[in-house]
Design a protein around this ligand. Structure first.
Ligand code: GLN
Length: 231
């Protein structure tokens, strides 16, 4: 229908790093989420079946997972940055986000400065880690976590005084865990993109951009937005 040919014959292999709720996470033995549903639309257009490949976020954000053929495309709540744009070809932006702090409720940590002498959890390879490294005063001790779940757990159980991550994931977590709260957003003005190996996935990217445009046009995007970001 779209006339697009991709390198795979049956499967659209999609790299992500689990869990990153509500973009990709396990529920009832299945991987679900906003990104997963959007990638299903792309796969459907291409007559392919989405297969998710779970891999460390560093291998995704450096473009390595895609350039070594681990997957055709990455869908990982990944912010389009200048550095990443040098090694990854990105789709049109599909989501807006900003960095934010999660703390135990009532902790009073509502800025990076308020964390002097305290510990701040960051997730490895993320824009949150980068923002903290560039903006936190020297007296803030950064603790690096391999994934979002470990970072959130550390905030909840007091392993760190605060955690930095994308606002949308923190909002959802704080709603489900009322002993935590999001205290501040930093207005980093980030946009997520799906990413393919540089120079190798132009046709696939065209199909992604078309699927995104169609989903926005026919209301599917809004439906998915409401499903995963109720408020
Ligand atoms: N949006 C953030 C980034 O791109 C976090 C993504 C993630 O952890 N999956 O670094």
């Amino acid at each position: 229908e779209s006339g697009v040919e991709v390198v795979t014959d049956e499967k659209l292999t999609v790299c992500t790093h689990l869990p990153y709720e509500p973009f990709q996470y396990e529920e009832g033995g299945e991987t679900v989420g906003f990104d997963v549903d959007l990638m299903d639309l792309v796969a459907e257009d291409l007559g392919l079946e989405q297969t998710i490949v779970n891999t460390p976020f560093e291998t995704i954000e450096t473009g390595q997972a895609m350039s070594t053929g681990q997957c055709d495309i990455a869908a990982a709540g990944m912010t389009i940055t200048e550095a990443r744009d040098e090694v990854i070809d990105f789709s049109d932006p599909y989501f807006n986000a900003t960095q934010a702090l999660l703390t135990k409720k009532g902790s009073g940590y509502d800025s990076l400065e308020s964390l002097e002498g305290k510990t701040l959890g960051v997730q490895i390879g993320t824009t949150g880690q980068q923002y903290a490294e560039e903006n936190a005063p020297e007296g803030v001790e950064l603790k690096v976590f391999e994934d979002l779940a470990l970072l959130l757990q550390a905030v909840k159980n007091g392993g760190v005084d605060a955690g930095i991550n994308d606002n949308t994931v923190l909002i959802g977590y704080a709603e489900e865990n009322p002993d935590t709260e999001m205290t501040v957003e930093f207005d980093t003005g980030e946009q997520y993109g799906f990413g393919v190996a540089q120079g190798e996935g132009a046709e696939l990217l065209d199909a992604v951009n078309q699927a995104l445009a169609d989903a926005i046009e026919d209301g599917t995007y809004e439906e998915l937005f409401t499903k995963y970001f109720p408020s």
